[in-house]
Design a protein around this ligand. Structure first.
Ligand SMILES: C[S@@+](CC[C@H](N)C(=O)[O-])C[C@H]1O[C@@H](n2cnc3c(N)ncnc32)[C@H](O)[C@@H]1O
Ligand code: SF4
Length: 385
């Protein structure tokens, strides 16, 4: 229910926010109970991710959507058409809030490209739900004041290195400075309005381009007055694992084509990465640092180098579709970010009519029977619950 490696983090969070911790404990206990005993039914989700738009103004090398092998990039204009009207989001949040107050994550593509993004945050906060946004930060400067005023709880900004490295990975000269200016404005506005939120969390994706230079992020985080920085291990996949997925695609009528964007060689030496991690963790700092998943040296070696990689036993079953849902720009409610499998569509039904319908239960039942699907071996959701 709570992987041992996450226990310390959970324990300190529980000390700071005991009510929140109790709620999480209750939700996850219910999810585990449902997982084993309820034939695919689940209690209300702990969190919802709103995938606001497929559009993105960057082309980061490692991105499964818009990167070098990115699936959305290959699909072109057709994939970009869908975006939901703000009214539909409002109705969705109204329905949700009658039953529960899950945490909401705004995601994309680049979420700030969605025209109604700030209005949506204000609406989420008016419903007293926790709201977090993951952004590439390129449009932050103009939106800074409104973001602070919106009541957003956490602003997660992707930063992969110092100026030169970040701009190189994200393919945009001058981007780093633009982001830092944006963060500066957010901090100024927080100070001016005496607000503690949004927390500034930096998010660094470990890739072959930056794994030898992770310490650059320490001074970046200091400069950004960040509350925390999380280094995310790279998500990637081998073609063999994706091929094994076909059997399940056929049985469930799902599409795993979005995983194709993650089929590439990681190009990371785990020993060097381990040394870098130790260095970063032992450096003095004024903000929180996490590596996610927080692998041991041995686990890093298997994760990055073993062609037959399977997650460690304690992480070898997926509980995510009992706890999390994704709302896509075409209105579909999906169990995962990278599977084209819809439980239903919000344009036709309300969320709670979809969440435990036949398609949802069928997906959960097949998933539980198999513990995880072959394409998901490096999905970081496996390490969350
Ligand atoms: C897909 S982006 C969407 C939000 C926004 N466009 C951004 O870049 O922050 C969310 C996060 O996924 C990270 N990411 C991209 N490719 C990844 C990969 N192959 N493995 C792990 N994380 C990845 C990005 O660096 C970013 O922090
Ligand atoms: S900004 Fe985000 S969505 Fe856009 S290419 Fe980069 S990682 Fe992908």
């Amino acid at each position: 229910m709570l992987p041992l490696r996450n226990f310390k983090r959970f324990f300190f969070k529980a000390l700071r926010q005991p009510f929140y911790a109790l709620l999480i404990f209750f939700r996850r206990s219910l999810a585990v109970f449902s997982y084993w005993l309820s034939q695919g039914y689940s209690g209300p989700p702990e969190s919802l991710t709103l995938f606001l738009t497929h559009r993105c103004n960057l082309r980061c090398k490692m991105c499964g959507q818009w990167g070098e092998g990115g699936v959305t990039k290959k699909e072109g204009a057709d994939a970009l058409k869908d975006e939901l009207p703000i009214e539909l989001y409002r109705k969705f949040l109204d329905d949700l809030s009658k039953v529960d107050r899950p945490s909401i994550t705004l995601f994309g593509g680049e979420p700030l490209l969605y025209t109604g993004c700030l209005e949506l945050i204000r609406y989420i906060k008016s419903k007293k739900m926790h709201c977090l946004m993951i952004t590439n930060g390129s449009l932050l400067a103009d939106a800074a004041g409104a973001i602070v005023e919106s009541g957003l709880d956490e602003l997660n900004i992707s930063l992969d290195g110092g100026a030169e490295l970040h701009d190189q990975i994200r393919g945009n000269h001058g981007l780093f400075q633009k982001i830092m200016d944006g963060i500066g404005r957010v901090n100024d506005h927080k100070e001016m309005t005496k607000r503690a939120k949004p927390l500034i969390n930096l998010q660094c994706t470990i890739t072959k381009y930056n794994y030898q230079y992770l310490e650059q992020l320490l001074s970046v985080a200091e400069q950004a007055k960040a509350d925390s920085i999380t280094f995310h291990n790279l998500i990637f996949l081998d073609q063999n694992s994706l091929d094994k997925q076909k059997k399940f695609d056929a049985a469930l009528g799902l599409s795993s084509k979005d995983w194709q964007g993650f089929v590439f060689e990681p190009g990371i030496d785990p020993q060097v990465l381990r040394q870098k991690i130790s260095f970063v963790l032992s450096s003095p700092r004024s903000f929180k640092v996490d590596f996610y998943p927080n692998f041991s040296g041995r686990e890093l070696k298997i994760y990055y180098c073993d062609p037959g990689y399977q997650p460690p036993r304690q992480n070898s079953r997926c509980l995510s579709p009992w706890l999390v849902a994704y709302l896509f720009p075409d209105g579909t409610i999906r169990p995962c970010l990278n599977f084209g499998y819809a439980f239903g569509n919000l344009k036709k039904d309300n969320f709670f009519a979809i969440w435990n319908n036949v398609q949802a239960r069928q997906f959960r039942i097949v998933l539980r029977e198999n513990k995880i699907f072959p394409a998901c071996i490096r999905c970081t959701e496996l390490y969350r619950y």
